[in-house]
Write a protein of this length. Structure first.
Length: 161
């Protein structure tokens, strides 16, 4: 379990730090989703990497064990809002970083029209104006589960110009 006071990194850095195509793709995603820094992107990539590793591990299993493990993985990802209920392990392998970033609270607030820009959505969240299930959420990286989309509320009105 480890020492609860010891903080650990929630992400893995890229293996090669200076590949131009990866740097350009990262910069484009950071701008599109209003991320503060590359660590937020790397955290999403790490989450995706772990999910895909679990899906790849299913292909080694056979019989009832594979069916039950696949069902558990699909149910968890369905609850997270990443796949449909009737998805397969192949569908899990098709997930991208964009799928993870689309479920962030910052992106949801912007897509639902509560903010004019993705950066304003981040500001509303960090200033404590956004509620999910009557709980104030101050983390723009909060992962919105399936069914919580309709429970997002903003305490202030943004004037439309």
């Amino acid at each position: 379990m480890g020492d609860p006071k010891r903080q650990r990194k929630q992400y893995e850095t890229p293996r090669h730090p200076w590949k131009a195509d990866r740097l350009a793709a990262e910069l484009q995603l950071i701008g599109e989703y209003g991320l503060r820094n590359k660590r937020e992107l790397w955290r999403a990539e790490t989450i995706l990497r772990k999910i895909r590793a679990q899906a790849r591990a299913l292909f080694v299993l056979t019989g009832e064990k594979r069916i039950s493990e696949e069902r558990k993985l699909i149910q968890r990802l369905h609850k997270m809002g990443l796949v449909d209920e009737d998805a397969t392990a192949d569908d899990v392998l098709k997930l991208t970083v964009r799928d993870i970033l689309e479920r962030r609270l910052q992106t949801m607030v912007y897509k639902l029209g509560y903010a004019k820009t993705i950066h304003q959505a981040r500001q509303l969240i960090t200033h404590g104006h956004v509620y999910v299930r009557d709980m104030k959420i101050r983390s723009p990286s909060y992962h919105v589960m399936r069914g919580e989309e309709s429970l997002i509320k903003v305490a202030i009105q943004i004037p439309v110009e």
